[in-house]
Design a protein around this ligand. Structure first.
Ligand code: NDP
Length: 248
């Protein structure tokens, strides 16, 4: 039908902007109830209103993924309000580009605790229930930066490499139990990602590079995710690499 996710619940982290926000809206269009998590509660309240306008249930989660207890609570609250968690989309992330030499290592700690540990905590909190029900999707947002390392992106590369390894290991662990693990690897997407880069030269360089292309829109990545989670149970889309056509 035109609402293939009716009766199912998706939990999206990093839903207050960019890819996460677009994904929450796309999954609601397909009929899913959606729980949205991030730190900026005002943004999530507004988004939840737009989700409810689509006729689905929305749950707003106060969520800092670097805090394991908050991850557990987010999954628990989603289960208690909607009865289930069928789809987990791990979008929360930071791209704090910069050279390794003379780096501010606080950037490294923020990226590793958000992109890697946060994704691992969320997955850990949700995966047991999926294995128990014999179905579910975990969609982990990695990056082209998880496949190609570049000078000036070392710590971000390291964080996304970790996401790829964790996802593939987990895939082997749970796929025979009916739980699908998907890695989505976008190229340049116009979002707020660049705005948070602390190294001035790296931020300006990255923005310029994004502006030099016909970059992807968040909705383009959301469509890829919608494709992944609407496949028949026998079909596991393991990996999606999606770049702007003019990104070399
Ligand atoms: P945005 O900056 O627009 O979105 C990032 C989201 O992550 C925000 O909702 C932010 O919400 C949330 N977030 C950050 N830290 C935390 C935290 N500690 N706890 C909970 N939520 C957090 O960027 P994108 O949408 O582009 O990024 C989403 C993902 O896509 C990231 O993992 C990024 O690495 C990946 N990606 C992006 C690409 C791009 O070109 N844009 C390319 C490849 C991958 P809040 O601040 O409210 O907590």
């Amino acid at each position: 039908g035109d609402r293939p996710l009716a009766g199912r619940t998706a939990l999206v982290t990093g839903a207050s902007s960019g890819i996460g926000e677009a994904t929450a809206l796309a999954l609601a269009d397909l009929g899913a109830d959606v729980a949205v998590g991030a730190r900026r509660a005002d943004r999530l309240e507004d988004l939840s209103g737009r989700l409810r306008d689509k006729g689905v249930r929305a749950v707003t989660l106060d969520l800092d993924v670097t805090d394991e207890q908050q991850c557990r609570d987010a999954v628990q609250r989603t289960r208690s309000e909607t009865g289930r968690v069928d789809v987990l989309v791990n979008c929360a992330g930071l791209m704090l580009l910069g050279p390794i030499v003379d780096a501010d290592t606080e950037d490294w700690r923020r990226m590793m605790s958000t992109n890697v540990l946060g994704l691992m905590y969320m997955t850990h909190a949700a995966i047991g229930g999926m294995v128990e029900q014999g179905s579910g999707d975990v969609v982990n947002i990695s990056s082209v930066a998880g496949r190609v390392a570049r000078s000036g992106a070392g710590a971000y590369n390291a964080s996304k490499w970790a996401v790829n390894a964790f996802s593939e290991s987990l895939r082997q662990e749970v796929t025979a139990k009916g739980v699908r693990i998907t890695l989505v690897e976008p190229g340049a997407v116009q979002t707020e990602l660049n705005d948070h880069i602390t190294d001035d030269a790296s931020r300006e360089k990255s923005k310029k590079s994004y502006d030099s292309m016909d970059s992807l829109q968040a909705e383009d990545v959301a469509r890829a995710i919608a494709y992944v989670v609407t496949q028949p149970a026998r079909v596991a889309v393991n990996e999606v690499l999606v770049r702007p056509t003019d990104q070399t």
